[in-house]
Design a protein around this ligand. Structure first.
Ligand code: PGA
Length: 264
């Protein structure tokens, strides 16, 4: 089954509003529909930049998203943001369970599960991040850790919701922002087992539809080798998504690999 190759940028805590708008203006000037039409472009920006970036992006098929949200509808949760607020500002998706949220802010699978359910209920696409630490890989527990995370975070999610909205990002914690990328063989093995899990859990038709992204030190130089792999449908990119030139270069690569995958 062919799925469009996705490049999802994650800006983390970078860029003021003028910097975000400047990025989009530059991206617009680089954009040639014929070169990127088969790729899917997403950009997760700081909350303050969602609305202005969305306005600035008007003519491009580029979806804007958030990097986190709370699971409650609304309430006394100082400093938090609700799914409805993200949608209201123009977001179509949200990154949930990123390892930086898990490690620096103590988010556990139970909380992430609740956020995934809320995002789906509101019609916001969750990009659920999962991945093992270096310690867990060194003792050969990566497959176990990943299936535990999937099990815990996707409990009770219906096949219909998953088919339309759910995205998964496999991000080995040891490869994020470190310059270390997992080898294509490591990525292939884990992505194959995630796909198997999804097909078992949601049924083959839905399981085959869900985009599986890889994340961790992805850049224009290594993107092609990764997204050529059968169950790798794109990348979640931090550092290399901060410059419009490199983000655009990755969209061009994604689009050409997407076209090849469509032909197979
Ligand atoms: P990186 O970040 O590309 O800078 O490694 C990826 C991520 O944290 O999503």
């Amino acid at each position: 089954m062919s799925r469009p190759v996705v490049v999802a940028g994650n800006w983390k805590m970078y860029k003021t509003i003028p910097e975000a708008v400047g990025f989009v203006k530059k991206l617009t000037s680089l954009w040639k529909e014929s070169q990127v039409q088969s790729a899917k472009a997403l950009l997760a920006v700081p909350f303050t930049a969602i609305y202005p970036t969305k306005e600035a992006v008007a003519s491009l098929p580029l979806e804007i998203g958030g990097q986190n949200m709370h699971d409650a509808e609304s309430g006394s949760f100082t400093g938090e943001i609700a799914a409805k607020m993200l949608l209201d500002a123009g977001a179509t998706f949200v990154i949930l369970g990123h390892s930086e949220r898990r490690h620096f802010f103590g988010e556990d699978d139970a909380f992430i599960h609740s956020k995934v359910k809320k995002a789906l209920e509101e019609g916001l696409k969750p990009i659920l991040c999962i991945g093992e630490t270096l310690e867990q890989r060194e003792i050969g527990r990566e497959h176990e850790v990943i299936s535990e995370q999937l099990q815990a975070c996707l409990k009770g999610v219906s096949s219909d919701q998953a088919a339309d909205l759910l995205h998964i990002a496999y991000e080995p914690v040891w490869a994020i922002g470190t310059g270390k990328t997992a080898t294509p063989q490591m990525v292939q093995e884990v992505h194959d087992s995630i796909r198997e899990w999804l097909c078992r859990h949601f049924g083959k038709e839905t399981g085959e539809k869900i985009p599986l992204l890889y994340g961790g030190s992805v850049k224009p130089d290594n993107l092609e080798g990764l997204v050529r792999l059968e169950n790798v449908d794109g990348a979640l990119v931090g550092g290399a998504a901060l410059q419009p030139e490199t983000f655009y270069a990755m969209l061009e690569i994604a689009s050409s690999v997407s076209k090849e995958k469509e032909r197979v």
